[in-house]
Design a protein around this ligand. Structure first.
Ligand SMILES: *Cc1c(COP(=O)(O)O)cnc(C)c1O
Length: 368
């Protein structure tokens, strides 16, 4: 079976984890600090604050920029549910707006239409490893004044960029190191920012609001990362850019091999973007010979695992549709259509040439 995601850790990871085990210091310490410093380089920010997962990264980021009850946060329903759960956890209202059909990221014109006097933050999602239109979004938010913050859900976009600026450097950036992400610590997260005050608040929030030992300055959480997680992350971070290059080469090969199949829309990088291909996601439109689910089933019988990210937009689930703090009033038809049409193919750096050939041959057999 050609898997949709694979994790291979090298000897360096074993060595660093061994160092932690022998040190006897397992909770947040020097390995976490080293991982943070290395990650700040990738996001191009002054600060990177490690936390225990990507969801708590989002919650802490929202809290650090002051989002709470009575505030509104604008995001899209075509995302992993953690984006929306983080806003709800802050007691804020979620305003869902549609995505762009070309790259599945937030439609900035729809954001503009959804602004209210209560809007405190906009959360673009850099879906599949490609940045949302941060240039337009930054302009819009600047025009609206200082009251609105950008909190980027960059969980899938380690090292992605647009206009020469890295994901996570436009507002407060939130990353995940979950098992299947481009950089993994099993579970883990990171918040990136250039804002010294936000960084200070994040460091307090992740550690019970404690400034000095037993000196509490605000009610916080336990969102700390362990030394073991940081060791696994630090060992991989040196290979991240090579692994991303391999993903990009794999994407170029699939794109060349799958061009001109009727009804099959391939991902594009888009102007000024550096796509890190967390997923290589195709769309099957009405012209395709079979539907998305049939293609997925056929590929599975040919030994190729695929993924649907995501099979339903968030507002299609009753627990969100009926939630008093989730507003899905704007048209969300692009998100709904994407959920019916998208399919992610294996793109990870461990694919061989023959795996890539097998994938493209199988797709031609089903669709051509
Ligand atoms: C993975 C992911 C998250 C959540 O990260 P966890 O580490 O699993 O908590 C949030 N948003 C998106 C878009 C993700 O892909």
């Amino acid at each position: 079976m050609i898997r949709i995601s694979e994790v291979h850790l090298d000897r360096r990871a074993e060595e660093l984890v061994g160092d932690v085990l022998r040190s006897g210091r397992l909770a947040q310490g020097p390995m976490v600090a080293a991982f943070e410093a290395a990650f700040a380089d990738i996001a191009g920010t002054a600060h990177a604050v490690a936390v225990n997962n990507g969801t708590t990264a989002l919650v802490a980021a929202l809290e650090a920029v002051g989002v709470g009850p009575g505030d509104e946060v604008i995001t899209t329903p075509f995302t992993f549910v953690a984006t929306v759960n983080a806003i709800l956890e802050r007691g804020a209202l979620v305003r869902l707006v549609d995505i762009r059909p070309d790259d599945f990221t937030i439609d900035v014109a729809a954001v503009e239409a959804a602004l209210t006097p209560h809007t405190r933050a906009v959360m673009p999602v850099h879906l599949y490893g490609s940045c949302a239109d941060m240039l337009s979004l930054t302009k819009l938010v600047e025009r609206e004044g200082a009251g609105i913050r950008i909190v980027e859900d960059a969980a899938q976009a380690h090292g992605a960029a647009i206009g020469g600026r890295a994901a996570g450097s436009f507002g407060v950036g939130c990353f995940s190191f979950y098992a299947t992400k481009n950089l993994t610590t099993g579970e883990g997260g990171m918040v990136t920012t250039d804002d010294d005050e936000v960084a200070d608040r994040l460091r307090l929030l992740r550690n019970q609001g404690m400034q000095q030992r037993y000196d509490y300055v605000l009610p916080g959480h336990n969102y700390r990362m362990t030394e073991l997680q940081a060791a696994v992350g630090l060992a991989q971070i040196t290979h991240l850019s090579a692994a991303t290059d391999q993903r990009r080469r794999n994407a170029a090969r699939l794109t060349a091999a799958l061009a001109d199949i009727e009804g099959l829309v391939l991902p594009t990088e888009g102007p000024g973007r550096h796509h890190v291909y967390h997923q290589y996601t195709v769309r099957l439109d009405e012209q395709a010979r079979v539907g998305r689910d049939t293609l997925a089933t056929e590929l599975a019988t040919k030994g190729i695992e695929t993924g649907v990210y995501y099979p339903r937009p968030v507002h299609a689930y009753p627990c969100y549709r009926d939630h008093p703090d989730v507003l899905a009033t704007a048209p969300l038809s692009e998100a709904e259509q994407a959920a019916r049409q998208v399919l992610s193919l294996p793109i990870h750096p461990w694919l061989s040439d023959s795996d890539l050939n097998q994938i493209s041959t199988a797709i031609h057999e089903v669709l051509s």
